[in-house]
Design a protein around this ligand. Sequence first.
Ligand code: SAH
Length: 264
Amino acid sequence: MRLGIISALYEEQQGLVEAMQSPYKLIHGQREYWLGQLWEIDAVCVLSRIGKVAAAMTATTLVEKFGVTHILFTGVAGAGDKTVQVGDIVVAESLVQHDMDASPLFPRFEVPLTGLTHFPADHQLGTRLVDAAHLFLDSDFASAIDPLEKSVFGLSRPRIHRGLVASGDQFINDGEHINALNAALPGLVAVEMEGAAVAQVCYELGVPFGVIRTISDNANENAAHDFMRFVKSVAARYAFHIVRRFCLETEGAVIQSSRESAGV
Ligand code: SAH
């Protein structure tokens, strides 16, 4: 396994690069790719920057040039439903490009000539991410996040949601817009700007991928308020600890399955 880890914002990636063993940097297409080991897993960390094209370019390069076998996208997102709150964790079950609309030639949201509106994430990776998120909330959350930040952002008992994530080249900060998307996309849990692009690339290249997001805002008029503070003091910690739990768990599973196949 070689794991590609994409983050959209610098703060989200910083801790992971610092945690890498024997990191080695390669620059390609104006991005820095960090190669090394993360908790014994062979990994490549990269900052995609924001938006669907940036994310698609990064995912393609990870697969074609750096030979990753699996991709994880970690980042923040706006809540896509009233039941989803700031500080909650979302794991994508499937992803849709909410700004794709070639109607009346093709149905709304369908990516022309693929026949698909929704691109499924890898189920097994998603389950591992949910497990890692549970371990994070149960064992790390209390000590990993500053109490002041918890009270500023009203984080008490964060929850985990698995469902539909919608991506588009828009920062959504309009209550009417998010309500309309929620009505048009049943099962919506989060909106962001990259996941569905990675999903399409991974679908076309046959690479399993997962998307995990910390909810930073409600995608309404207050969405930009304290956004960077949340990313730095809360979301970056979530991403670091969840990826750590994910790698430790994956390493354990790899050792277990090689023991089993060796009959030990
Ligand atoms: N204010 C930031 C802009 C970040 S854009 C800056 O100055 O740098 C928002 C990033 O967070 C994107 O990577 C996107 O995937 C995610 N995101 C969080 N909330 C979002 C929302 N309400 N709508 C769309 N994307 C959102």
